[in-house]
Design a protein around this ligand. Structure first.
Ligand SMILES: Cc1ncc(COP(=O)(O)O)c(C=O)c1O
Length: 382
């Protein structure tokens, strides 16, 4: 059975990147690696749309999230955290682990935070040193309005906006400098089309200034040490050399497509997925849907975990279900990174078949037809 990896991370890795990584090892202190590292820096600067020097870490995205807490706050500090899903909860867990008081803004799962709620929280907790949020809350498929939130923190010289853009960067426009986003973290196994293992951060001048006061204990994820090293195209520790080689190739592919092309493709795939799901009577879970993953409510009486396992085990199509309060209730169809139109057709087709197997017959082909109509309309518009 042919297998299809249609999850929101890890995402499929193109052959071109796999082949680039399938080469002899090189030493990370040699000029050849330095040149690759510099290309990766330039590429990430382009992707982040920033003049600052992006930082690289050898860890999954959560490692960069941890760094975005310990490098800017101290034990006893306060932070405001937008919690609209699993990854919002992770910010809270990280704050708690380091003795930081997290003032939570609870957002109903699937919804976007209301910027007015963040403005109120900033008024209520003027000592808060940061607002932590997801650009795309992958667990619910919702996108938060980070540009609006940046306008709130921009007016406060001692408060940072820290954005987890792990499933947003390289999916839609996140112009870091233009919007004034202070810290933006990302991971390799999403829109960057790479295996897991690399994480990234952009850090504003304001954030570096405020980093001077942070007293939280840290060692491996000491971003000031990394900054010093990485500004000279060096790294503190042995890096994941092969992933940097892959990243250089991924960024070359992304540059060939161009940012407008990348954003338009993700938008098109998201719209087609939504149309497909709705055409077979399914409703969307997120009221502010992200362009990286579409969360769809399972039909009444059908356990979404069964949809996921049937699609995977019977049809070879891997998608994700819901977590925690959404477990058994939603499925998540991904479309970020190395995804194109026929990945959507495949996912929808397998979904229709699996629903039928589970006793919820739908008109076969209806969701595929709806998605194709979106593709055809986009093709005509060109
Ligand atoms: C929005 C978001 N934040 C954080 C993470 C955690 O990243 P990782 O699993 O790479 O540590 C993920 C991973 O799915 C994510 O989607």
């Amino acid at each position: 059975m042919k297998k299809y990896l249609l999850t929101a991370g890890p995402t499929p890795v193109p052959d071109r990147i796999l082949l680039a990584m399938a080469r002899e090892m090189i030493h990370h202190r040699h000029p050849e690696f330095k040149a690759i590292f510099k290309e990766c820096q330039d590429g990430m600067r382009w992707l982040y749309q920033t003049k600052s020097t992006p930082l690289f870490f050898c860890c999954s995205g959560s490692g960069a999230m941890e760094g975005a807490v310990v490098n800017f706050l101290s034990p006893g500090d306060e932070a405001i955290v937008v919690v609209g899903g699993k990854f919002g909860e992770r910010w809270v867990e990280l704050c708690k682990a380091y003795g930081i008081t997290a003032h939570e803004i609870a957002v109903e799962w699937g919804h976007a935070v209301d910027p007015a709620a963040v403005a109120r929280a900033l008024e209520a907790h003027p000592a808060a040193k940061a607002v932590y949020v997801q650009a795309s809350e992958t667990s619910t498929g919702a996108a938060h309005p980070i540009q609006e939130l940046a306008a709130l923190t921009a007016a406060r010289p001692d408060t940072l906006l820290v954005v987890d853009a792990i499933t947003a960067l390289g999916v839609w426009d996140v112009p870091v400098d233009a919007w004034g986003l202070d810290v933006v973290v990302c991971g390799s196994q999403k829109a960057l089309m790479l295996p897991p293992g690399l994480a990234f951060a952009s850090v504003s001048d304001k954030a570096w200034r405020l980093a001077e006061r942070a007293r939280t204990a840290r060692f491996y994820f000491d971003w000031r040490r990394e900054r010093k090293k990485q500004e000279t195209a060096d790294v503190a520790f042995t890096p994941a050399v092969s992933l940097f080689v892959g990243l250089r190739e991924a960024l070359a592919m992304m540059k060939e497509e161009g940012l407008p092309g990348i954003f338009a493709r993700h938008d098109l795939l998201a719209r087609a997925t939504r149309a497909g799901a709705q055409a077979i009577g399914l409703s969307l879970f997120a009221t502010a849907p992200s362009a990286s993953v579409t969360a769809v409510n399972a039909p009444a009486g059908v356990d979404s975990q069964k949809i996921v396992s049937t699609m995977r085990d019977k049809y070879g199509v891997a998608i994700a279900g819901g977590q925690d309060q959404a477990k058994g209730k939603i499925i998540r169809l991904a479309h970020l990174g190395y995804f194109d139109r026929f990945d959507i057709v495949t996912a929808l087709s397998a979904l229709e078949l699996a629903l039928g197997d589970l006793g919820h017959a739908v008109e076969l082909g209806a969701s595929v037809a709806a998605a194709e109509k979106v593709f055809a309309a986009a093709g005509k518009a060109k």
